[in-house]
Structures are given as C-alpha cells and as structure tokens.
Design a protein around this ligand. Structure first.
Ligand SMILES: [Zn+2]
Length: 328
C-alpha cells in the first residue's frame, strides 16, 4: 500500500483505504476529534484518494486531480464551512443543487462540511434529507469537534471516524523533520499542542498565536494579585470572547497543572517549558490544595459553559475563587 500523506491516525487510514479499495464506500463519513487534530486534512486527503487518477488505495499526490483537490480548485470537491459561526440552510440548499448534478470530472462528487454542529436546525434537517437519500455519486465528509452536539439522526447515517491526539513524541519529531523546528522548541510546541499536530504547526508558523498565548498567561498572573473589582472586570471581558473562552481556560489549566507538578516534585512533565522559572516561583506562593481547587474550578466552568449556562455568572464565580498568592 502506498503511504498516505498523513502523520498518525493509522487506524482511520486503514479503514478508509479498505473502503476505497473494496468499493464498500459509505455515503457519509463523520470525522470527530479535538480542534486542529487533522479532521479536515484527512477529509481532503480521502477526497484525493477517491478521485485520484492513479486509482490506488492512497492518493498519489501528483496527478491533476490530487493537485487540484489539494489547492481547492477541483470542481467535484466542495468545502462548506460556517459563516460567522453558523452553517445556514442556504448553504445546504446550494449543496443539494450541486449534488443533484453529475460529477464534472471524476467518479464522485465530494462535499466536505466542516463543524457540522454549527448547522442551524433547519440546515441540519435539510442535510438529513440528503443523508437519507443521497444521489448515487455523492460522498459527504463531515467534521465535528462536538460530537455530543450533532443530531443523533445525522450520527446514525454516517460512518464515524474518531481521531485522537497523536503521541507528543510523534508531534515533536514531525515538527523537527518536516518543518525544521529545533528540538527544544519542538518539544514545547508538542506539549502545548496536546497532540494536535495542526495546532503545533500553526503555532510554529503563525506568531500571533504565540503572542496570544503569552498575553493570556501574563493576564492570569496579573489576576492572581488583583482585588475583587479587577477580577470581576476581567470576567466581564472574558465573557465577551465567545468560543475563545475555552481556549483561555484550557491554557490556564495547563498553567495550574504545571504549578502542581512542580509542587509534587515532577517538574520534568510540565507543559509550559519556556516558563519554567516563573512556574517555579509560583509553586512557592500557593499551597497544593489551592492549586487543585483552581483546577477543579476551571474544569467545572468549562462544563458549565458547554451546558450554555449564563457565561458571565460562571466566569464571575471562577474569577472570585481564583487563589490568592501567599505573599511572604
Ligand atoms: Zn493522484
């Protein structure tokens, strides 16, 4: 079998190669997993495999079809993504009109729909009709970071392909060999990525992500010495961040986790390697029970936000409970 241009996810590749080879294709696949773990990348590569002119299991990457799918210029592969965080019914109607027509060049028409959980109820219901009675040459490749928010009727009509984070060592090695990142930085990026290769590559190539992380950590540190008024003002600011709040809270969780690991004497396993000195100082300012409580509070806040409770209220509580450093 020719190699797939994908790092990791071997189980998923085996499944897709078998389906492609054996002609036992499903009409719809749903790739699930955390943000930037590689769901859309895999969907696009699978589209290449389906339409590759070489007709092998894995895409050749060199033929006209493979190249143009890679560039987003192949007429029989369409990408549909949320506009302003929502997939609207009009986008599904366009898809349905396209899907009813025969493919222009290849054997199939492939529609990649990113973050299907962002579809409005009418859009999801309209899509369900296509999933129930798909035109014969249509393949739908959906992705979702929130499988729990996808309609069960959609789930039941898809082959679900869950993608998991890669081992951190594999991310670090890939960054070094493919992107020429030096070892220390590759290790840091791999740990921060939590095994999401797409995130690690973006953080390497996009300095704004990196600056944002630094700013968020600095803000957390500043908040630990703030009084109640300042903390509530910060909660108000956070509540206006929308989906980014979870990213911020996730980063804070890595910070407290690192502080706790240093306190427990296992500082080698910390994530924020570039902040080792600061973390060591912090470890001396709190009791481990305070840090554990902060971690539990963060987890509970993330759950509350996912359950759509009043975001402002949940963040107020979180900020007021943020531990105060014991200034000696
Ligand atoms: Zn090809």
């Amino acid at each position: 079998m020719a190699p797939w241009p994908i790092i990791g996810h071997e189980w998923a590749l085996d499944l897709l190669a078998q389906a492609n080879r054996g002609g036992r294709l499903r009409h719809a696949y749903l790739f699930t997993g955390p943000a930037q773990v590689g769901k859309t990348t895999l969907a696009r590569v699978f589209a290449q495999a389906l339409l590759c002119e070489q007709q092998t299991d894995a895409p050749c990457g060199a033929c006209r079809a493979c190249k143009r799918i890679g560039d987003g210029r192949y007429p029989d592969v369409q990408l549909i993504a949320a506009v302003k965080n929502v997939i609207q019914i009009d986008q599904v109607r366009v898809l349905q009109t396209d899907a009813a027509l025969a493919p222009l060049e290849g054997k199939y028409k492939v529609f990649i729909i990113r973050e299907i959980e962002r579809a409005t109820a009418p859009a999801a219901n309209a899509l369900l009709k296509t999933l129930e009675e798909p035109p014969p040459q249509v393949i739908l490749l959906l992705t979702s970071t929130r499988r729990d928010q996808v309609l069960p009727t959609i789930l039941s009509r898809c082959q679900i392909v869950p993608l998991r984070p890669l081992p951190l060592a594999q991310v670090a090695e890939t960054l070094q060999t493919r992107w020429g990142v030096e070892e220390e930085r590759a290790t840091l990026l791999a740990r921060l990525s939590g095994g999401r290769l797409g995130w690690a590559v973006d953080a390497h190539t996009d300095p704004t992500l990196w600056e944002e992380r630094a700013r968020t950590l600095d803000e957390l540190l500043a908040q630990t010495v703030e009084g109640h008024v300042g903390r509530l003002a910060y909660a108000e600011k956070l509540s206006r961040h929308g989906d980014d709040v979870e990213t911020t809270l996730g980063l804070w969780a890595t910070w407290w986790r690192d502080v706790l690991l240093i306190q427990r004497g296992v500082g080698d396993a910390i994530i924020n390697l570039d902040r080792r000195v600061q973390l060591a100082q912090q470890a001396g300012l709190y009791r481990p029970e305070q840090v554990e409580a902060a971690l539990i509070d963060l987890t509970q806040t993330v759950h509350r936000l996912k359950a759509n409770v009043n975001a402002r209220l949940a963040l107020d509580v979180l900020m007021l409970r943020l531990p105060k450093a014991m200034i000696s």
